[in-house]
Design a protein around this ligand. Structure first.
Ligand code: NAD
Length: 307
């Protein structure tokens, strides 16, 4: 492949996948509204651009085979605050990719596109969208746009419905929802290298014993996660109270995002669930690599990581 464009390259997950993507194309063009990462890979170039600004963003896609779109505001906010970064930016990505003849968009979607489904329902990839927030609604919008651009314009898309991607599982909910950094890298690599995808969705969850979803119809991507949150079960259960049977933090796939009023932070609830002692929330963690953030983890995980 000649060129891959990565948006959100400076984010927690963008930083995890830059090297993987750089290994899959002659050129990686990393884009973020934030300033450049401290060091760039040998075949990586960086542009500080707002993806919601079509005039600035679209020319960067010239000559690209794929756009890997990870840029977004990663929390629930009032609709007006998400409109540019999460809705319009997604439109700009698909439209620019099509205008420049790119083959595929790989998109960081989210559990929150289906966050109101019950955790006990065992949903597959055919379950309807049930967003839990405006944030989740933006993911539904982008997924539907991806299907439309495939069906009307032949632009492929793989939408990765990422659950809780962190160095280690951070709370009881993560026994179901954790996606390890290694499994994220495998997921992105597979989405890029799959020969044909048409329009596809896939749940981004590790091989957790308690994974609450089924990925069977995405088998053609070859994503075979290897990590399992169960390795942390004893420590997490020892430190967490047993949830009430009607606690939406646990009864709905979206967890705290399903429980909050529209427009109010879901990450605050995840932070509280993760110990509330300064731990980084799962959906906004900034650790550059597994193992390097033990000081920021909840107390029980710091203990575990320090073993
Ligand atoms: N971390 C998770 O567990 C998780 C779970 C589900 C989905 N996701 C999705 O994965 C993607 C990356 O998440 P993350 O955890 O790395 O979040 P993050 O907040 O760490 O990174 C997002 C990056 O996007 C950039 N950005 C925001 N608006 C932009 C704009 N208009 N133009 C250019 N850059 C912009 C930010 O500067 C930031 O570097 C997001 O789309 C998020 O919705 C993450």
């Amino acid at each position: 492949m000649k060129k891959i464009v990565l948006t959100g390259a400076c984010g927690a997950l963008g930083m995890q996948i830059r090297e993987t993507l750089a290994g899959q194309a002659a050129e990686l063009l990393s884009v973020d509204i934030s300033p450049t990462p401290e060091t760039l890979l040998p075949n990586e170039r960086f542009e500080q651009v707002d993806v919601a600004d079509m005039a600035a963003f679209a020319p960067l896609v010239a000559g690209a085979d794929m756009v890997v779109h990870f840029a977004a505001i990663v929390d629930e906010r009032p609709f007006e605050e998400l409109l540019g970064p999460n809705f319009i930016a997604a439109y700009n990505v698909w439209e620019a990719a099509w205008q420049h003849g790119a083959r595929r968009v790989v998109y960081a979607s989210s559990v929150h596109a289906v966050g109101m489904h019950e955790t006990t329902a065992g949903i597959g990839l055919d379950a309807p969208h049930r967003p839990d927030t405006y944030y989740g609604l933006a993911k539904c919008f982008a997924e539907d746009m991806g299907r439309m651009y495939w069906e009307k314009r032949g632009l492929e898309a793989v939408c990765l419905r990422i659950f809780s991607c962190t160095a280690a599982p951070q709370n009881l909910r993560a026994l179901q929802t954790w996606l390890s950094f290694d499994d994220l890298r495998q997921l992105v690599r597979r989405a890029v290298e799959a020969p044909v995808t048409g329009f596809a969705t896939v749940y981004g969850v590790s091989a957790n014993t308690r994974a609450p979803i089924r990925n069977d119809t995405a088998g053609f991507l070859g994503f075979r996660p290897v990590d399992n949150a169960e390795d942390w079960a004893e420590a997490l259960q020892a430190d967490s109270p047993h949830p009430a049977p009607d606690d939406m933090n646990f009864t709905r796939l979206g967890g705290p995002f399903a429980a909050v009023p529209l427009g109010e932070s879901g990450l605050a609830g995840i932070r509280a669930m993760s110990g509330g002692d300064g731990a980084p929330p799962p959906e906004a963690e900034t650790a550059p690599a597994a193992g390097s953030n033990a000081d920021k983890l909840p107390r029980f995980l710091s203990r575990k990581m320090g073993d």
